[in-house]
Design a protein around this ligand. Sequence first.
Ligand SMILES: Cc1ncc(COP(=O)(O)O)c(C=O)c1O
Length: 285
Amino acid sequence: MIYLNGEFMPIEHAKISVLDRGFIFGDGVYEVVPTYSRRPFRLAEHLARLQTSLDAIRLANPNTNAKWSELVGRIIAGNPWEDQNVYLQITRGVARRDHAFPTGLKPTVFLMATELVTPSAELLKTGARAIVLPDFRWLRCDIKSTSLLGNCMLRTQAAEAGCTEAILVREGELTEASASNVFVVKNGTVLAPPKSHLILPGITYDVVLEILRGNAIPHEVRPVRESELRSADEVWVTSSSREVLPITTLDGKPVGPGKPGPVGLRVHALYQQYKAQVMRAPVHA
Ligand SMILES: Cc1ncc(COP(=O)(O)O)c(C=O)c1O
């Protein structure tokens, strides 16, 4: 079951206009909220990031957070999986094709869910493969925009090379990956690129930094050079669906000894612990 503009329906019944600015220009923003045992994880943070994306593209939020929460709850209840990715998207709506933002449109609001499948035990054991590519995307990667053509091109190149992710560098510095943030470990210290207009402020990135702080794991949030990425002892990618996934091969070469490292394994375990603890906590209104 999906939600479109005020109605719940099977996805096959959902229709939008070909003049929707989401279709014509990619003029919209989105969120993906991971949901475990039918409880959304960090919903308030996802809704806060949604608001930031909406503000950045000057689109009024069509719902209050209470309404979003209700819609997310109904989508979770209306779909068969215990663990879901709840996807929500807002576009500027339908208008005659003209680049400048028209005002006064009725936004298109869409929610759907897919099954949330986190990395398998096998993949976590071996780690994943990645390639390093130049980050040719625009300079507002902090906006969670549905205009993802650059990310799609980069991810396709990774897939064609038999890799799970494309890790991106711009002017000699690590930014993020095509659909995840990146952490590296050198000599026991975790390095993370700071939030800026060049990366999406990941919700998982924030959870990982909280874990690092909370457990006194040495870390530095600072620009990470491409050379540091390439000579790292460990590389991980983080996202809502990948959680904390070790990368053990970069451009065909092993990262460190070519297997998941101790810091990543520890942070992965702490992440699972944190998730379990949050999911056991009482539900707040
Ligand atoms: C480009 C990009 N960076 C980072 C992330 C990670 O964000 P989050 O941890 O909120 O899933 C994503 C998530 O899909 C993404 O698309």
